[in-house]
Design a protein around this ligand. Structure first.
Ligand code: SF4
Length: 259
């Protein structure tokens, strides 16, 4: 797939631009709604493809010269570290352009492949990396995100990023009722994050849309009944949220709700 543009204006808080080096995403998360955001319902199964946007680093280099400098969100729609990134290096080449022009960047990923680019990230003033970890339970993670690197691999990436002095944070989400919302699981995850030396998290609940209910029901069957019921119950998330906030306070982590 040939790239036509690189930077688009972002509506997300703290980001002026969005940059997505891949079309599609092989992480295949069962709670993903990127396919609808991208209006890519072309019959292909979501999670089965991820194509690098050809020529993107060159287009980006031109745009970085003429646009007003601002924070770039790298991977706001689909993950910038697909399996094929190892060979294509589309994301790495984009980061090199960003480093050259001294723009700030916020990378968002579920992949430990980001470790490969620590050398480039370390050269970028204002670089930060957010890694999503939905659970430490490997079995649950492989049910929720079958194509993504394991939670242990993501923790290791965090460790190396922190050691390299790069600003990091963890996104815990979506928090799905009855799946990854147990107090025990959340407490364990927060302790791991604190032990690594990450001082900031963002978290969010599952936001069900009709298309997502259909997608998740195909994977979870009747388990979706309770998930749907609790997702619409404001008390459920209020309780989860106060539990996280309280634990963060004890562990010296700054929590932010991603909404
Ligand atoms: S990593 Fe993001 S874009 Fe990729 S499948 Fe998961 S939720 Fe969707």
């Amino acid at each position: 797939m040939k790239a036509r543009t690189a930077l688009s204006v972002s509506q997300l808080p703290g980001l002026e631009y969005a940059l997505n080096p891949y079309s599609g995403c092989s992480h295949a998360c069962i709670y993903c709604y990127a396919q609808d955001v991208l209006r890519m319902d072309d019959g292909r199964e979501w999670g089965s493809f991820a194509q690098a946007k050809v020529g993107l680093p060159n287009i980006l280099a031109k745009e970085l010269k003429r646009k007003e400098k601002g924070m770039i969100g790298l991977g706001t729609v689909t993950d910038p570290y697909q399996v094929s990134e190892e060979r294509s290096k589309n994301t790495r080449y984009c980061l090199e352009q960003i480093a050259r022009k001294k723009w700030p960047v916020c990378v968002q990923t579920k992949s430990d492949l980001v470790k490969r680019d620590i050398d480039v990230l370390a050269r970028i003033e204002g670089a930060e990396v957010g890694i999503t970890i939905t659970t430490l339970d490997e079995e649950l993670a492989s049910e929720l995100e079958p194509g993504a690197p394991t939670p242990a691999m993501r923790l290791e990436a965090l460790r190396e990023l922190v050691q390299a002095g790069i600003r990091t944070w963890v996104f815990i989400g979506p928090i799905i009722p009855t799946m990854n919302d147990s107090e025990e699981g959340l407490a364990e995850l927060l302790v791991e994050i604190a032990n690594i030396g990450v001082g900031e998290i963002q978290y969010d609940r599952l936001r069900l849309k009709p298309v997502l209910v259909k997608r998740m029901r195909a994977h979870l069957g009747e388990r979706m009944n309770e998930i749907e019921r609790l997702s619409n119950d404001t008390t459920w998330f209020r309780n989860v949220s106060s539990f996280i906030d309280k634990h963060c306070e004890d562990l010296d982590i700054v929590p932010k709700k991603a909404f």
